[in-house]
Design a protein around this ligand. Sequence first.
Ligand code: CIZ
Ligand code: SF4
Length: 370
Amino acid sequence: MTTILEKALPFAPYGAMSDEQAQERILAARAQLGEEAVILCHHYQRADVYRHADLTGDSLKLARLAAQTSSRYIVFCGVHFMAEVADILSQPEQVAILPDLAAGCSMADMADLAKVTRAWRELGEVLDGDPAEVYTPVTYINSAADLKAFCGRHGGIVCTSTNAPHIMEWALARRPKLLFFPDQHLGRWTGHQRGIPLEDMLVWDPDLPYGGLSPEQIRRATILLWKGHCSVHQMFTKAQIERWRARHPQGYVISHPECAFEVCLASDYVGSTEFIQSTVRAAPAGTEWLVGTEFNLVSRLAEEMAPQGKTVQFMGGVVCMCSTMQRIDPQHLAWTLDNLVQGRVVNRIAVPGEVAQWAKVALERMLSAT
Ligand code: CIZ
Ligand code: SF4
């Protein structure tokens, strides 16, 4: 049962706690809560939160695992869209919680329902017909629930960085074109892997009428790539790879598909966080790796691989972490769990009925297509 926020323990005393004090509170609260609460941590979480995880993974794996638990409270240490997916895929009696509501995803925020709806209407005008006869809307899981619902309503689908190639096949087998949002880089890399020429994938700028494209360009393009990106992954450059290769000629470079196209092209392997970890883990002892994804994942992998003599290095020149992921700190986790001990739910993420229902349609299309 949700309790009104006013009655919740205030955050201020927790904000003033040292990390050590917060760690102790977390352990004490967990001992009291037992199986009532399950803690999920995304790969990009900081070490002092990650150590409390019951389950770890990418956003989709975590949401699936959470739905299989019988825990009433799903405490999601990740970002907002991930907690939404956990709420949508979990049982009605389970409650999804995000310890800090400020933990958003700047990429997800680059597309919103008003802009996507406008793009859809403009495509209809250019086609002089129903866009759903020609385009499949495909949203990356890094998007708000109402965009997943938009895809559900219009015959579209969700994809993750793991299954994007498969989902693109699914979509192109049904309709000839795709409107892909919000990450242009994942869309471009996936289209390129499928052999779609770059000139047939055009960027749709949602801040310009008709995406900044002429009717001829729109009619010609196979994929319209929403002008969105991840601020963390766009920090990596081809020059960083070239410098590293000069010093490590036998080394391997592995990047996330949210990186710029030229970074992906210059890499030996490109894939999701799950793929990056499994590839490096399966590599022979003594190999050297340069990894282009979020810093916390890379440093954890480096520590894990060191005993096997594998070197794992972070691609960035400066340490680039996902700043919104870092909003989940031991203090917010302690505050969330102590409230649960008192029977109070803070920061519940509950996707409203109709949005959840249509978003689930798009998510389930993805789950049964993969
Ligand atoms: O889906 C996820 O968890 C994200 C954001 C990235 C990935 O590649 O796993
Ligand atoms: Fe969003 Fe980028 Fe952070 Fe992933 S790393 S959650 S895409 S801002």
